[in-house]
Design a protein around this ligand. Sequence first.
Ligand SMILES: Nc1nc2c(c(=O)[nH]1)N[C@H]1C(S)=C(S)[C@@H](COP(=O)(O)OP(=O)(O)OC[C@H]3O[C@@H](n4cnc5c(=O)[nH]c(N)nc54)[C@H](O)[C@@H]3O)O[C@H]1N2
Ligand SMILES: Nc1nc2c(c(=O)[nH]1)N[C@H]1C(S)=C(S)[C@@H](COP(=O)(O)OP(=O)(O)OC[C@H]3O[C@@H](n4cnc5c(=O)[nH]c(N)nc54)[C@H](O)[C@@H]3O)O[C@H]1N2
Ligand code: SF4
Ligand SMILES: [Mo]
Length: 897
Amino acid sequence: MTIQIHAVRTTCPYCGVGCGVKATALPGGGATIEGDIDHAANRGRLCVKGSALGETLDLDSRLLHPAVRQGGALARASWDEALDTVAEGFARIIAEHGPDAVALYVSGQILTEDYYVANKFMKGYVGSANIDTNSRLCMSSAVAGHKRAFGEDVVPGCYEDFELADLIVLVGSNAAWCHPTLFQRIVKAKEARPDLQIVVLDPRRTATCELADLHLALKPGSDVALFNGLLAHLARSDAFDAHYVASHTTGLEAALDVANAGDDVARVCGLDPDDLQAFYDLFARTEKVVTAFSMGVNQSSSGTDKVNAIINCHLATGRIGRPGMGPFSLTGQPNAMGGREVGGLANMLAVHLDLDNAGHRDAVRTFWDAPRIADKPGLKAVDLFRAIEAGSVKAVWIMATNPVVSMPDADQVRRALAACELVVVSDVMASTDLAPYAHVALPALAWGEKDGTVTNSERCISRQRAFLPAPGEARADWRALCDVAQRMGYAGFNFDSAHAIFDEHARLSAWKNDDDGHRRAFRLDPLVGLSRAAYDALQPVQWPLNADGEGTARLFGSGGFSYPDRKARFIATGVRAPANVPCSEFPLVLNTGRLRDQWHTMTRTGKSPRLAGHAAEPFVDLHPHDALLAGVREGELARISSRWGAMVARVAHGGGIARGAAFVPIHWNGQTASDARVGALVNPAVDPVSGEPEFKHTPVRIEPFGVAWYGFIMSRHDLALDQVAHWTRVRGSGFIRYELAGRAPVTPDMARALLGAGDDADADADWIEYQDQSAGMLRAALLVDGRLEACLFVARVPDLPARAWLGGLFAAPELGPRERATLLAGRAVQAGPDPGPTVCSCFGVGRNTICAAIRAGDLQTPGQVTACLKAGGNCGSCIPEIKSLLHEVRFAAAAAA
Ligand SMILES: Nc1nc2c(c(=O)[nH]1)N[C@H]1C(S)=C(S)[C@@H](COP(=O)(O)OP(=O)(O)OC[C@H]3O[C@@H](n4cnc5c(=O)[nH]c(N)nc54)[C@H](O)[C@@H]3O)O[C@H]1N2
Ligand SMILES: Nc1nc2c(c(=O)[nH]1)N[C@H]1C(S)=C(S)[C@@H](COP(=O)(O)OP(=O)(O)OC[C@H]3O[C@@H](n4cnc5c(=O)[nH]c(N)nc54)[C@H](O)[C@@H]3O)O[C@H]1N2
Ligand code: SF4
Ligand SMILES: [Mo]
């Protein structure tokens, strides 16, 4: 491939908003990144993760060569050796134990073309539907809800609806952090039209609530009761669209019977009856309503019912598929939607055809000219890893996802993989929590190197284009799959490009799409037969495409659903409590979710120092009262445990958590902390229809994690810290920062060993230390050739110098006498105040700086803060936090007055 020196238009690899990005490769490596003005999803805007993409493209820690396990460890191997090992292993196990003894576990972060090949390989050639994906953990309840209501997995609306709506209801969505550029569109719409009402339904007070006119902190898991109550209220207030219901739907009566049977909704949901009534009235009288939902809805043992309870309200009012209205499922990953289009879940076929329909199976098998076709659903993620532990599945190929971190009951996943005969891992990174379980590791092309298409939340297909050369021996995921398929003697995998795969996918989408019982909305026929050049130039387009190749913004505005009778279905959604409820042993409900500046297991965002400043370590956020009961204090460490596992994190009081609840972010893992993999605690209960795990509701207990000292290390190099009781790590600019805590006292000798200044220390190395044994204090620094190499600060209580000034010293080629003199004081002689944790990652502005400016200038609006400090002036992702700081300072001033 030739390296492009001009800007290449591509799509962001993170969230499902699917922003257009313009990337320009730099001669020395890396790239400059800007938002693509011409992409309809973002019109040039990027969030903080998107704008930091350029900092994540280095080849540090990349997996660049295949490896095969030899005598217990992975050893570098050629592609031929690695592919032979996979193909022979899969073929042998299939021959001995049948096709259901092997499995693929893939991801919404591979491209549609990769996904298409993976699905064809398993369902058409291996002959088993044992291919599941991390979308099971994410979108499967939305998929199941759409299928039940519409007869097909279709998102009826588009992003523009958020701007045209008069009411936006965000259910279980922290869009300010998780779908930031879409959220910024809502912010702008509200600025232009303050009457636009925003209601947030979330047990937690999140950054998203800063924009809300009403925040309903409902009891976790009570969404079905709330939306059933809404349906009943809509019926009472004559808000139904009788014509739409009669012409385009069936089943209202049964759904309404169940809804009417629910009593005392406010009590069930733990809400103030007046607030609830205000929301119901607002919904009833507002025609243009978008109800957008995300993981607070999907990741629940009643997730599918939550989705349908929401859709019921939109069908009953006919508010669907018209400008400014509709239910809207926010997708998580960049290609969550594309994976569904190719049928990448264990209970789907391909191109929205059904696995349990013999006619559909026959059509797909014929089209593929495949030797077989899977004829029953495969194992869904949780069941899949159980079957692996039980030994009925003996080989698994895991691609672009890390189940050791992201599955519920994640220690069970470890046990399963340790017992598995053949584990193949395709990843872009060498060291992950999953890597130790691999028998074969296959290096994949990463974002910027790979080529293909993704589909975002509004059904918009966009190209991801390569602008960097393939590093090392990395190959596209689709190519590795084809290489193995061909070795197994399967025809139908001689694709030579992503373009050829896309063409086949487009043709299959049109195949028999008009026949009785086969008709579905998903179709790409105008894209069939695109030349390579036309595919490369493909502009973002929303499926379904009409005969002229134009996309479709909205569906179902005048019916036309995908069931044979073209009618939608109301679903009677009974209220169920979450699967596992608190008890005296595990009295708190653990909720888990995302932080603004990290992406999942941090393999890519973790590379950016800019992104690390926002939250430097894992925490457990809980109500001060519950902390008191648990005997833990803010800033200290706590052990959080459930029936399934345990972890350690710093206690925090973010202010948004109700009594009885706790929140832990999902991002930390064995690479970034000694013991902070929250998946180990999460209960493996799943939704009975979708199989999606209940990530947001696990009963837990919180206890002090007793330590004798707290400390931190900043070091230019990675350190082995196995001997300390607790550590976490993030990358700073020129250093790695470790937060530590321990039990055995730290002696100067131990400090030397920890910082790698052992006996054979460099002749030019200076060691400075300061110890106050009676105060339990030790401070030390290692300088090499006058340059700061590493420093360590230890104290009995977690009250230690600010990390920011020390971090800045790593930029200096040599420390001057003044800096040396004050180094162990941890602050400059004329120290400015500690800026605090980063709020604005774009301009590196800390929390304390912002609060001080608000106080000093009596600032009232985020705009004034931006004018004063720049904070919030670039991507805008931090504006909700700035707003909450404005409230906080005002509140503190009022309290003091
Ligand atoms: N910064 C960042 N952005 C991301 C990602 C990331 O890793 N980092 N990941 C992407 C992916 S894959 C996904 S799936 C999306 C997820 O995007 P979101 O779903 O917005 O994010 P989460 O933090 O998982 O959970 C959303 C909210 O659900 C609430 N919740 C918990 N229980 C309930 C309940 O019973 N009812 C209701 N109504 N709400 C509840 C939680 O308190 C939480 O605030 O984000 C995408 N965007
Ligand atoms: N407790 C709890 N757990 C959760 C959730 C939650 O809310 N709470 N949310 C769930 C959800 S919604 C999701 S989406 C999952 C996400 O969880 P995962 O999918 O496990 O997380 P990632 O870190 O995104 O994993 C992607 C992996 O693929 C690698 N990779 C990146 N690009 C490529 C590529 O092009 N090819 C290949 N082969 N590899 C690549 C990355 O280095 C990384 O190791 O977590 C789920 N787990
Ligand atoms: S909003 Fe999502 S798609 Fe857009 S830049 Fe941010 S992470 Fe990327
Ligand atoms: Mo997700």
